[in-house]
Every structure is written in C-alpha cells, then in structure tokens.
Design a protein around this ligand. Structure first.
Ligand code: UDP
Ligand code: MG
Length: 316
C-alpha cells in the first residue's frame, strides 16, 4: 500500500460475482482522475459465490486494493464498519458494489470535502429500476425514522457518503452493536452537506437485501435512536384499558336497561383479539430493545475477519 493515502474507498461485497469486475474497473477509472493516492477496501461479507476468488485475483495484481474476508456473513452494516476501521485515508468513501451509487459522484463529494465539509452524503433524487414495494417501503421508513427520532437523520440517503478522517475516528470509537451507520454519522455531528444523485438500476444480479434484512435494519435504525415505540406501547396499553372499561360499563348498562344483550360472544372475542394484539405488539417492541441490550451485554465483536489480502507486490 502507498504511504499518505488520501482516499479510502470502502466497498461491501456479498455474492457480487456478477458485478465485482465492472465495479473495480469503474472505481479505478474515477479514482485515477484525482491523481492522488487512494486505496480500495473490499469487504467480502461471507459470500458463497465466486466473489472471494475474483476479488483475490484483483487484489494480487493491484497495490491499491485490500480485501477483508469475513469468517461468515455479518451483514452490510458490519461490512462497512470493518472497512472504516481498516481505512488509512484522510477521507473515507463508502459505496455499494452494484454501481447503483454512481462512482462519478465520489468526485463531487471530494470537491465538497476540499471545501471544508466533514461529511458529504449522497441524497437520492430519484431511484431507477427498483420495485414499487422497495421504493415505497424505503420512502415510508425514512420518513417514519425522521418523525420518531430526535436527531436529524436526512431522508432518502443510504450509506453512500464521504466522511473525514476525524469523523471516521469518532465513529470507530463508538462500541455499539447492531449499528445503523448512517444514523451514527448524523449523530456525531460535524460539518455536513450532501450531493444529489440519481440511483441507477443494479448493474447485475439481485438485491442482497431481502425483506428480513430490511426489517432488521429498520428496527436497528429506530431502536438505536428513539424510545418513542416504548412510549407509544404504553399509550396503547392505556387505549386498550379504556376500551375494556367502556365495554364493561356498556355491558352492565345494557343488562340493566334491556333484556337483549348486544355484547354477544362474538363481540367479546373481538375485544379479546384486540387486547391480545396490543399486548403482544407491546411485548414485541420491548423485545426489540431487550434483545439489543442483550447483544450489548455479551459484547461480542461486530464481525470476525478471517484474513486480509493485499497485493503480492507489497511483499517484494
Ligand atoms: N451487502 C453486504 N452484506 C449483506 C448484504 C449486502 O455486504 O449481507 C452489500 C452488497 O454486496 C452491496 C451493498 O451491501 O454492495 C448493498 O446491498 P444491495 O445492493 O443488495 O442492497 P439494495 O441496494 O438492494 O438495498
Ligand atoms: Mg444495491
């Protein structure tokens, strides 16, 4: 690796055999135009296709590359955390491998960084080639998160962003698990700005973010930055109690005033379902927090590195 690395490009990879070569080519083309030293750090997040093999081949022939192989799949947020913890640059840029985040936008980010900004995040002006479901859920989630949290996490931004070395050091010093990195970047403060870009269609392959992973990320985002769901669950308890009391009073009055009982068994069962529904959702919300506290208390690392591959030329 070079001394005095200015830029570290952090690229998480999970089963990206169809995009890795093109991604490498485009990143390199763009970074070469800066005429400054850079490194590209690929994090292979436990891929089970040829991603590891292909990336190792690239690394062995390019001294600007570094590959971190995880011992298994730890998830996108852990992969970018590892990249940030292993970066040596003065500015660190996190970018997806699938070319949905156009590498050319990195140059605009660099321009803003040189103007003195510490964080330059990519704001998605438009999303191309993604399903209605993905766009709708992402849009709703970013707005929900904005409403429930007290810190200002910008809407429609992913993890595509540039951070200054001092921001990276601050983030690396935060020991928390179940990380929602883009939220942490907002939380740490510093001088932040954004560049707008059109998010393209994936270059090849399918999304590596199935609904289950999206939900996990959403819960990490909300629980890391807000107690509001817990507060809402206590309100739900109050509403539920009120419904219960009203239905009892109505039942008594009805029994006293007339002989026809409108509170039949069906009605009673519906009330039971509503009550149990409220109760279980509230327990679920508490469980989301409790599970994360459990993770913190175990204090296991966020990821395990199996090995790091760099250019053979380094050993000469
Ligand atoms: N990714 C990862 N680990 C995972 C899932 C995804 O490192 O468990 C990487 C993936 O290879 C890609 C980036 O995270 O570089 C974003 O994933 P993807 O493009 O599949 O997400 P989407 O854009 O569909 O939300
Ligand atoms: Mg993608």
């Amino acid at each position: 690796m070079h001394d005095n690395i200015i830029y570290s490009i952090v690229v998480p990879l999970y089963n990206e055999e169809l995009v890795i070569n093109e991604s490498y080519k485009r990143l390199k083309e763009v970074m070469n135009t800066t005429h400054e030293n850079y490194e590209i750090i690929f994090i292979n997040d436990g891929s089970i296709d040829k991603t590891r093999q292909l990336t190792e081949e690239l690394c062995l022939n390019d001294k600007n590359l570094k590959l971190i192989n995880f011992s298994r799949n730890f998830g996108h947020q852990c992969a970018i955390t590892a990249g940030m913890e292993n970066a040596s640059g003065e500015a660190i840029i996190v970018i997806d491998a699938d070319l949905q985040d156009p590498p050319e936008v990195m140059l605009e980010m660099i321009k803003k960084w040189k103007q003195g900004y510490d964080v330059v995040y990519g704001k998605r002006a438009k999303r191309e080639g993604e399903s209605f479901f993905k766009k709708f859920t992402a849009r709703s989630f970013y707005r929900l998160l904005k409403n429930v949290t007290s810190i200002d996490i910008p809407v429609d931004t992913g993890d595509f962003r540039l951070i200054d070395r001092k921001v990276c050091n601050t983030l690396n010093s935060l020991p928390e698990r179940n990380r929602y990195v883009r939220g942490l970047v907002s939380w740490v403060g510093y001088k932040q700005t954004f560049v707008e870009f059109v998010r393209h269609e994936r270059f090849a392959g399918d999304s590596k973010y199935p609904l289950k992973k999206m939900l996990k990320l959403a819960f990490d985002g909300i629980t890391s930055f807000s107690y509001k769901p817990l507060i809402i669950s206590s309100y739900l308890g109050g509403i539920s109690l009120t419904i219960g009391f009203i239905s009892i009073i109505v039942n008594i009055i009805n029994n006293v005033l007339s002989k026809t009982n409108i509170l039949n068994i069906g009605f009673a069962i519906s009330i039971d379902f509503i009550m149990f529904g409220f109760l279980l959702s509230c327990m679920g919300i508490i469980g989301q927090y409790l599970g994360r506290i459990f993770d913190e208390s175990k204090a296991r690392p966020n990821y395990i590195i199996e090995n790091i591959v760099t250019s053979r030329k380094d050993d000469d």
